[in-house]
Design a protein around this ligand. Structure first.
Ligand SMILES: [Mg+2]
Length: 260
């Protein structure tokens, strides 16, 4: 496995030299700590102020790209436009102008999701999260035996509803999710890149498996940065392994993007 390092001086020199910048950030596990009470997962102290500072400069296009529903992200990170928000793995968007957009789900997907939801409501309702383009079972903080029970339940009841184009089942850090796969965080990154000038320097920070879709899109077009205490096989170019280093990264970006 490639040994990844903290973004170096050469990286920040490119940030400084770039005529335009696009900074994309995952939310849970990246800007905010994991919480058993998911409604309380506010950003790490210092993060919100740094994001506001970077936005106020107007020298960086800033976007949050999360698997959570858009409404959750808006509530937990109450910064208005021009901060751009993507929720539900690219299925919901708030633009820099504040407009809300949600592409329609493919035909057949809502019916399958509804069936999966009815099944889960019978046995798993307290751990179930229903999202615009998916369902999640959350097991963070539960004993190992309960995690195993929930995982087995997910594979037994939800896997039969999957199909390559309509629904996929995948585990994330803290649970299992059934979701419509035709949009991902990678789709969100592709669309942001398509809207940006070609000379834009694009960077994505994320911690989890679903962030790899975004890292992969940026492989030759920008930089993925893995934010995780553990290194792993990844499409990311750099690694941030502590919250202090995340704050250091955002502070340095804030200083460097500032006009001289
Ligand atoms: Mg995350």
């Amino acid at each position: 496995m490639l040994a990844l390092a903290f973004p170096d001086d050469a990286f920040f020199a490119r940030v400084k030299a770039a005529p335009r910048r696009l900074l994309m950030l995952d939310y849970d596990g990246t800007l905010a700590p994991f919480c058993v009470e998911r409604d309380l997962a506010r950003p790490h102290p210092g993060v919100e102020g740094l994001l506001r500072g970077i936005l106020a400069q107007g020298e960086t296009r800033l976007a949050i790209v999360s698997g959570r529903p858009l409404a959750d992200v808006e509530r937990l990170l109450p910064i208005g436009p021009p901060l751009e928000l993507w929720g539900s793995h690219g299925w919901e968007r708030r633009t820099a102008g504040g407009e809300k957009v949600a592409p329609p789900l493919p035909p057949g997907a809502p019916e399958r999701l509804n069936r999966a939801k009815l099944l889960a409501e019978k046995e798993m309702s307290e751990n179930l999260e229903a999202k615009p383009a998916g369902l999640a079972l959350h097991w963070r903080g539960k004993p190992a035996v309960e995690v195993e029970r929930m995982r087995n339940w997910g594979y037994a009841h939800w896997r039969p509803l999957t199909s390559p184009s309509l629904l996929e089942l995948l585990e994330f850090d803290g649970g299992i999710e059934l979701r419509v796969p035709s949009r991902t965080k990678g789709t969100a990154v592709e669309e942001l890149l398509a809207e940006s000038a070609p000379e834009t320097l694009a960077v994505f920070l994320g911690d989890d498996r679903t962030d790899e879709d975004a890292f992969q899109v940026l492989r030759n077009k920008g930089y993925g940065i893995l934010v995780n205490a553990q290194q792993r096989d990844t499409f990311a170019s750099y690694w941030i392994n502590t919250t202090d280093r995340l704050l250091e990264f955002l502070k340095r970006w804030d200083e460097i993007a500032r006009k001289d």
